[in-house]
Write a protein that binds this ligand. Structure first.
Ligand code: PLP
Length: 391
């Protein structure tokens, strides 16, 4: 067995995470630790790197088709990891999950139609609904017993005949819930009896911690299979976001045709040769790396929760059930947006995602990405502790 070293600190080049966003506005950008955008500071699994190296060694980068083995690698992964038998002909390629969501919204709904999202949630959902001229209808998550849950009562209240679609984020970014079977069943029951199609963004499906299980929404029954389009990708699981490759799972033949035609019009059906090679290697040979990654991430999560609990008690953190994202409530500090940014960026010297980006419910919250070597995580937490203690 190969032992992967997630403690290794690697200097990244042209990285959005290390060189982008707030870092440019910081007084001393070189001092800032970036724990924001959702990629990891870990070297990818060796079999993926080898597959890419082999592809480079060929030296010809012409047009490629996706071989049978590519589709098999995806379906076998789903069967093994998620106990869902996906048929190869349900799969379609897309350069990214957000691209797919946007194309599906445009193709499957009409301007003015209502689309529900459960806020706080991954902020590009807002953009693609609004920029496609659809009406965004938030169904804010509720907090019960210190845990985020879906608010089914409110969902039933806000549904009318104009609501045509719901985007499910499963597991949920940024609150890091791994939805349970009864929650998903209830959601499906409400959506399907009201003729609402579900787009299930399951990009975080593989990063799930002990005592939690990711359940593919579409796997829950015939009605779920027929009325759900699932978006998945190896890019979060295996840290390959820069390769821009993903899959759409559309078991319903008419949906598949419609999506396929729309992608054809945009000429987005062919992928890049590296994305293809990496996907197949990841799903075929990446499990050993993933298992070790999950142990490391869960340890980072535990360390962070304990640190915050003991040393920054005025901040409340929500225990992640999956993903590598920690949702933290800074409201007790009584800071406005500008003050909180200043404290984090210029005093704590960390770049995090600000909660309001994820919806109004996120005001006063921040999202921390703990997928980094522990040494960096500790420095970031100590920075936050020091900055908060001086308030
Ligand atoms: C829930 C969710 N969906 C989609 C994406 C991005 O997917 P892609 O890069 O394939 O568009 C992210 C990235 O953080 C995410 O968290």
């Amino acid at each position: 067995m190969k032992k992967y070293d997630f403690d290794q600190i690697i200097k990244r080049k042209n990285s959005v995470k290390w060189d982008g966003m707030d870092l440019r506005y910081a007084a001393h950008p070189e001092e800032i630790l970036p724990l924001w955008i959702a990629d990891m500071d870990f070297r990818a699994a060796e079999p993926i790197i080898e597959a890419l190296q082999q592809r480079v060694d060929e030296g010809i980068f012409g047009y490629e088709y996706r071989p049978e083995s590519y589709f098999q690698s995806v379906t076998s992964w789903f069967e093994k990891r998620h106990h869902w038998k996906v048929q190869e002909d349900w799969l379609l390629h897309s350069p990214g999950v957000v691209t797919s969501l946007s194309v599906i919204i445009k193709e499957f709904t009409n301007p003015g139609d209502k689309i529900v999202i459960q806020t706080p949630v991954y902020f590009p959902f807002f953009k693609i609904i609004r920029q496609n001229d659809r009406t965004l209808v938030p169904n804010p998550l509720a907090i019960r017993d210190g845990r985020y849950v879906m608010d089914f009562e409110n969902l039933e209240k806000i549904i009318d005949q104009d609501v045509k679609m719901l985007i499910l984020c499963s597991p949920h970014n940024p609150v890091s819930r791994v939805w349970e079977k009864d929650e998903l069943l209830r959601l499906g029951e409400i959506c399907f009896k009201n003729g609402i199609r579900v787009l299930s963004d399951e990009i975080h499906a593989d990063i799930v911690f002990k005592n939690h299980t990711h359940i593919p929404f579409a796997s829950l029954g015939k009605e779920f299979l027929e009325n759900t389009i699932t978006l998945i990708s190896p890019t979060k699981t295996f840290n390959l976001a820069g390769l821009h490759t993903s899959c759409v799972i559309a078991p319903n033949g008419e949906d598949r045709e419609k999506f396929s035609r729309a992608m054809d019009v945009l000429d987005l059906k062919s992928g890049n040769c590296f994305g293809q090679a990496a996907t197949e290697a990841a799903f075929r040979y990446g499990e050993e790396w993933l298992e070790q990654l999950l142990v490391y991430l869960e340890d980072n999560a535990g360390y962070t929760l304990d640190f915050i609990d003991r040393r920054i008690p005025r901040v409340k953190a929500y225990k992640p059930e999956g993903t590598y994202l920690l949702w933290m409530d800074f409201r007790q500090l009584g800071l406005d947006r500008k003050e909180l940014r200043d404290v984090l960026l210029n005093k704590a010297k960390v770049a995090l995602h600000y909660g309001e980006w994820f919806g109004t419910e996120g005001e006063g919250f921040v999202r921390l990405n703990f997928a980094c070597p522990k040494q960096i995580l500790i420095r970031a937490l100590e920075g936050i502790e020091k900055a908060v203690s001086q308030l």
